[in-house]
Every structure is written in C-alpha cells, then in structure tokens.
Unconditional design. Structure first.
Length: 221
C-alpha cells in the first residue's frame, strides 16, 4: 500500500480537456493532481517543479509533442511513469509511444473508472493498454499466413484425368508428357491442396470447385 497519494500531472494542449480530466480525478482517494501543462516543454518544466509520479500525456501537441516529452522525461526523470491519453490509435502513433517507453496507452473515450485505475496501475509499476490497442498489437504481431497457391491449369488437367480413372501412363499419353512429369504435377497438387494421395486430391479439388467431373473412386496409380 502507498503511504502517499499518487501525484498526477495532466498534459494536454486543450484547456477544456485538462479541466475535464482534473474533474475526473478531483476527490478520488489516493490520487492528487499536482500540475497541468499545455505542451511538452511546459510538461518538462512542471515535472522538475512538482515531481509527479504519473503523467497523463496527450500525444499530438504543438512544439514538443507527447512522444518527444516522454523521451526527455525518460532521461531526466526515469522514475516518472507516463500514460499516453489520446484520440489517435494508428499503428505509427502506438509504435512511437511504446518505443519511447510509456507505461500505458489509453484513448480519450475511456470511462473515468478506467482512467483512474490506469493511473494507479502505472504508479504501482504496471502497464496499461486500451483494449483496442491490445487487439491491434496482437493482429500486428500474429504471423501472416500466405495463402496456398492454387493448382495451375496444367495440374488441373492432370487431376481431371485422374478423377476419370486414368493411370499415370494414360495421363502422360493424353497430355503428351512423361510419367515423371505427371508424378511431379501430382506432387505439386498434393502440396497445394494439403492432401497426401490421389483420391483425397480429387475430393478436395471438387469441394473447392476446381474441377467439375464426376468423382470416380479407386483412382489408379
């Protein structure tokens, strides 16, 4: 348990927003608003003068912006925890802020209870992210699956003949290619359709409407 209230500074270039945020924290047990600032330069000066524990920092401000102020605070006052509070949720903004070392990233439509909890969490050494930001990060970090290539027209010709019951030798003769080439085409088809045998390849191709011939069971090798 903290012996003293969390000392909070609010930084935003809009006075009306600062007034609204102060109202959210006025009278809240365990949190005391000790300073306000209208831009990054003023935030640095007020940080030196008032020693806040947590800063609620707007991101885009004239002069020194939020990220620039965070980077300076990280050098001059590494003990101060900064939570970005902004209307912007683009990947570029989030990435810059996180790279600068912020303790949290919230959006201005967050309910007052979430803002109050975020300040306490940051003061205790934790990190906070808006749910929308968390989802974006997960989507960004998730491995991108490259869609499997579809069988080529020639590979589908081979598969149509296989579906009609043709053996490799008959397919080769019909298409004027070697049996080795037929086997190569089938190997590629198996990989692209995610199967490991001729019958499964025919079924998969028909299910995906890649071929339109009646299914013949007992495909010969």
């Amino acid at each position: 348990m903290r012996e003293h209230p969390v000392r909070l500074m609010i930084v935003d270039d809009h006075p009306v927003v600062r007034d609204g945020l102060r109202g959210i924290f006025d009278g809240v047990p365990g949190i005391e608003v000790v300073a306000e600032a209208g831009d990054g330069h003023e935030a640095l000066a007020m940080a030196r003068a008032t020693a806040p524990d947590v800063v609620l920092m707007d991101l885009r401000m004239p002069g020194l912006d939020g990220v620039g102020a965070v980077e300076r605070l990280a050098v001059d006052h590494p003990e101060i925890r900064v939570v970005v509070l902004t209307t912007y949720d683009t990947d570029a903004d989030v990435s810059r802020a996180l790279a600068a070392g912020v303790a949290g990233y919230l959006l201005k439509d967050a309910p007052r209870e979430e803002l109050q909890a975020a300040v306490r969490t940051a003061a205790a050494g934790g990190r906070v992210l808006a749910q929308r930001i968390t989802s974006q990060l997960i989507d960004h970090l998730a491995p991108r699956r490259t869609p499997a290539a579809a069988p080529s027209p020639r590979e589908l010709e081979v598969l149509r003949l296989i579906a009609r019951g043709a053996a490799n030798k008959e397919v080769a003769r019909a298409l004027l290619i070697s049996e080795t080439t037929v086997k190569t085409h089938l190997k590629h088809v198996f990989a692209k359709l995610g199967v490991d045998n001729r019958a499964a390849a025919v079924v998969a191709a028909m299910e995906r409407r890649l071929i339109w011939v009646p299914l013949v069971t007992g495909c010969r090798s």
